[in-house]
Design a protein around this ligand. Structure first.
Ligand code: PGA
Length: 252
């Protein structure tokens, strides 16, 4: 059985002090359960502190929201995968729609980021998903297929085991408009089918596929009950300890 993941994407919110308070509140109230794990994705400057906090817990781990597509060198303002590894960060998020949309991260750039992460033994939370227009035009399967094929599916079967995929329809992110459990399940099953075609049954059935886009305390359980939805990547609701803990408890 796949262990569910509930991940909190804090985006560009909270000071390091506020972030530490938030993490502690969540860690103090969330129940451990062998069927789930929880990842905090705070801003870069929080990482050493939050990493230290989660290091004693079997339930929690920490990830960065981004990393450079370059190994090291004269790339002002960038943070390299090896630096994240050096402070024991476990995960890195790659391909979030806000990175694709606001920072022009192309398939080729994302592919290089994936390679950096894998080379430095980071686990990858790879995000994909279509815009509203792409959904309305009916070609969202092709959009997702391309996102996976161009940036992720060059990995071999061993490397892809270091990856979890987050399906995040852009029209559902931060809008309060969640995909229905059936809509999400349909896409998750499609992603698993793509994995199966490329890597075979055992890899496809082991990889976690999370849903993201306005996951809340009151819709998480229904989403997480779907057979191919292995947890959630949560933005807004991850900034409120009690909401996020309810979402964690919905993953079982
Ligand atoms: P949201 O964000 O839960 O606020 O919609 C999800 C995300 O962007 O990962």
């Amino acid at each position: 059985m796949r262990k569910k993941i509930v991940a909190g994407n804090w985006k560009m919110h909270t000071t390091p002090e506020e972030g530490l308070v938030l993490a502690r509140q969540i860690m103090d109230t969330a129940h451990a359960n062998e069927h789930r794990e929880v990842i905090f994705f705070p801003p870069f400057v929080h990482l050493p502190t939050i990493q230290q906090e989660v290091s004693v817990s079997p339930l929690f781990s920490v990830g960065a929201q981004n990393c450079s597509d370059q190994e090291k060198g004269a790339f002002t303002g960038e943070v390299a995968a090896f630096m994240l590894r050096a402070i024991d960060v476990s995960w890195v998020m790659i391909g979030h729609s806000e990175r694709r949309q606001y920072y022009q991260e192309t398939h080729a750039i994302l592919k290089r980021k994936v390679d950096q992460a894998i080379a430095h033994q980071l686990l990858v939370m790879f995000c994909c998903g279509e815009t509203l227009q792409q959904r309305q035009e009916g070609n969202f399967r092709e959009v997702i297929r391309k996102q996976l094929h161009e940036s992720l599916f060059h990995l071999d079967a061993e490397q892809i085991n270091q990856v979890a995929i987050a399906y995040e329809p852009v029209w559902a992110i931060g809008t309060g408009q969640t995909a229905t459990p059936d809509q999400a399940q349909e896409v998750h099953a499609f992603i698993r089918e793509l994995l199966q075609q490329k890597y075979g049954d055992s890899v496809a059935s082991a990889i976690r596929i999370l849903y993201g886009g306005s996951v809340k305390a009151d819709n998480a359980q229904e989403l997480f009950r779907k057979p191919d939805i292995d947890g959630g990547l949560v933005g807004g609701a991850s900034l409120h300890a009690s909401d996020f803990v309810s979402i964690i408890h919905a993953a079982e």
